[in-house]
Design a protein around this ligand. Structure first.
Ligand SMILES: *Cc1c(COP(=O)(O)O)cnc(C)c1O
Length: 372
């Protein structure tokens, strides 16, 4: 039995009629850009995330870029980001000519933390972008307290963490802004690219809307140099169908994680994801770690089990950031994670038989003798 890493068709099959009707509604309206669907989604995502405002944008990447643009981040500014993350977190900083300043992550949760961030603060630091990796939030109370002491802006990269909680507060409720992604592989995925910036600050909200659409105020009168970061109505309509299911899907992911924990508890040499006691982990990914990770992945592939390496090379070692002067060994926890982690299938529609198939294949690998 093949088990893919993600099976979007399985989810579509459960809501096909509703999705199709929503898409048709937009087609019939021929109103494709922003508009009522997007505004409704903005309110619904803001409410879901415990924030006052939402601004629908073209992707999670553009959410990050827009959040930094409205702060006026520019050449000479530094923005602190974890080196072990998806490229967009760092890319958004560099695209504005500012300098991403990398910090290491915690070896258990793979999230960055206040102690690492504090050491990287300089007089040029403008903002911090903690990433809530794999669906578990970073330790935001300490990060926010640190930011307040140094008068820094906090932008949460919540692309993998919609609905995640840390000590009872949601992704989006800690930072000045939070950036969400609706890329199809996220827990709330559209029929294409999409994203959202949330905030509680009315001034930031106005600026986000201004920069999202070329700095128009009014149309064709450009107050600032913005861009086209608009969200499509079709995406909003699809996402509005899906949002009411999100909590049930999250529960299914949590149930799958619990089943893996049972089935894999005694596997020596395999590290299961660390779930902190004070969080709501939404399991965008279920990421295990081991030595000989690449052999492990090949073994699972031979048994038709889909996996993915998130992420094989930390940002400080990427060619595009070579001029920043980092070297191998600078961030040992991130470098180890990049070599040892592997995501297993965790999507909500997995059956018990599929979960057992994955677990059997995992166990089989660890009983094999080391290669000669
Ligand atoms: C997916 C993701 C993004 C970017 O979102 P897109 O919608 O794909 O542009 C940014 N940061 C993290 C951590 C992500 O996982």
């Amino acid at each position: 039995m093949a088990v893919p890493l993600l099976d979007l068709k399985a989810q579509y099959a459960t809501i096909r009629e509703e999705i199709n009707a929503a898409v048709l509604r937009v087609l019939e309206s021929q109103a494709f850009i922003l508009g009522a669907e997007v505004e409704a989604l903005e309110q619904e995502i803001a409410a879901y995330s415990g924030c006052r405002y939402g601004v629908g944008v073209s992707s999670g990447t553009d959410a990050l870029l827009l959040a930094l643009m409205v702060l006026g981040v520019k050449a000479g500014d530094e923005v602190i980001v974890p080196t072990y993350t998806f490229f967009a977190t760092a890319g958004a900083v560099a695209r504005l000519g500012a300098t991403p300043v990398f910090v290491d992550v915690d070896p258990q949760t793979y999230n960055t933390h206040a102690q690492a961030i504090e050491k990287a603060i300089t007089p040029r630091t403008r903002a911090i972008i903690p990433v809530h990796l794999y669906g578990q939030m970073a330790g935001m109370p300490a990060i926010v307290a640190l930011a307040e002491r140094h008068n820094l802006i906090v932008i949460e990269d919540a692309a993998q963490a919609i609905g995640a909680e840390y000590e009872g507060k949601r992704a989006g409720q800690y930072g000045h802004m939070a950036c969400f992604s609706f890329f199809p592989s996220k827990n709330l995925g559209g029929a294409g690219d999409g994203g959202m910036v949330t905030t509680n600050d009315p001034e930031l909200y106005d600026k986000l809307r201004l920069y999202r659409n070329h700095g128009y105020k009014p149309k064709y009168y450009n107050r600032v140099v913005g861009g086209n970061f608009r969200l499509d109505a079709i995406q909003a309509a699809v996402l509005r169908v899906k949002l009411p299911y999100l909590d049930a899907w999250t529960q299914a992911r949590q149930r799958n994680a619990a089943i893996y924990r049972q089935l894999l508890a005694e596997v020596d040499g395999l590290r299961l994801p660390c779930e902190l006691p004070n969080v709501r982990h939404i399991y965008n990914q279920f990421v295990v770690a081991c030595e000989r990770r690449d052999d492990f992945q090949s073994h699972l592939q031979a048994r038709s089990i889909g996996t993915e390496i998130y992420y094989p090379l930390p940002m400080h070692l990427q060619d595009c950031f070579a001029e920043l002067g980092y070297k191998r060994g600078d961030f040992p926890h991130s470098e180890a994670a990049a070599q040892q982690t592997l995501a297993l299938p965790i999507y909500p529609e997995l059956t018990q038989a599929q979960l057992e198939e994955v677990a059997d294949a995992v166990r089989a690998f660890f009983q094999l003798p080391a290669p000669a």
